[in-house]
Design a protein around this ligand. Structure first.
Ligand code: BMA
Length: 300
């Protein structure tokens, strides 16, 4: 299987939300209690984002929750770092809990927030794990060499690279290393960022990332895939030669931010197939299907 868009894309739009939102997009994805669970970003009418859950038993037909499950106002002592919204979650199952990294947006500019949950009903907010500007953070699903690991993009306004770092406790991070840089004169010329949570395969850690190229006043967001060494995850051992998904359909071309495909969640099935949840033009939730073998083959 190569890469196939689901024929009934988009699978979720704002008309599926029972309360008033501007848009629903950029979902973290996980299988929880045999259900497909998407932690979707909803832009509220005022222009600030919260999270809502969409649930499905087949991965295609989703029901959106009746109210937001996490909002800036839920952040108590951390509210000043998320006052302008919470965005773009990545979910990692680790040590028997689900850890969620997401962007907190405020007058201080974007930074990386960390929360944990066991049931996706109550969330323990652990606070910022970076200073601004930083976003696109995802945590590896197990310890490597006795450390937890994360990727992120420091200095979101001026810096264009993906970095990797390690931690003894998920809260204190060090050992920062550059992981990947944009590639001049290509689809990923202007900036790159981590997209999905990293997933372990027999050949290495697979991770989706996004690449951005500016044309005049607009930017085109595409998706690529990268393979990292299992024991030394700061080593890139393979990478797709070009984008694996590019804005092409109307629902990816036209919207609040046109010409964008953006993903922050995927689900690996037992049969080797992979569901990539992504959003078109910052407006909806879509699905593309592929397989682990295909993703590995294009990284070689
Ligand atoms: C990135 C993030 C994403 C968004 C994308 C395209 O920087 O802000 O939330 O989908 O830009 O607008």
């Amino acid at each position: 299987m190569n890469m196939t868009r689901y024929s009934s894309n988009p699978i979720i739009t704002k008309s599926d939300v029972k309360f008033k939102v501007n848009s629903i997009f950029n979902a973290g994805a996980v299988k929880f209690n045999d259900k497909y669970l998407l932690l979707c970003r909803i832009e509220m009418p005022i222009g600030r984002s919260s999270f809502v859950i969409a649930e499905s038993s087949d991965g295609y037909n989703f029901t959106v929750g009746a109210k937001p499950v996490l909002t800036p106002e839920d952040h108590n002592e951390y509210f000043c770092y998320v006052e302008w919204g919470i965005e773009d979650s990545r979910i990692t199952f680790l040590d028997g809990k689900y850890f969620i990294t997401y962007t907190g947006y405020s007058k201080y500019m974007p930074l990386v927030m960390l929360a944990e949950t066991e049931d996706f009903k109550s969330f323990k907010i652990l606070g910022p794990i970076s200073v601004p500007s930083n976003k696109d953070c995802a945590i590896f699903p197990e310890k490597i060499n006795n450390y937890y690991w994360k990727v992120d993009r420091p200095s979101a306004e001026n810096n264009r690279d993906i970095w990797i770092s390690r931690s003894p406790d998920l809260l204190h991070w060090g050992g920062h290393k550059i992981l990947m840089q944009p590639s001049a004169g290509t689809w990923e010329a202007d900036k790159i960022g981590g997209s999905s949570d990293p997933v372990k395969t027999k050949d290495g850690w697979l991770m989706l990332y996004h690449g951005v190229r500016g044309f005049g006043i607009s930017f085109i967001y595409k998706l690529g895939v990268v393979l990292l060494d299992l024991n030394e995850p700061w080593k890139v051992i393979g990478k797709s030669k070009g984008p694996i998904l590019s804005p092409d359909e109307n629902y990816e071309r036209i919207g609040d931010v046109g010409n964008v495909v953006f993903s922050n969640g995927w689900i690996f099935e037992k049969d080797g197939s992979v569901k990539i949840y992504y959003s078109g033009a910052d407006m909806n939730v879509c699905l593309a299907e592929t397989s682990v073998e295909f993703l590995l083959s294009i990284c070689k």
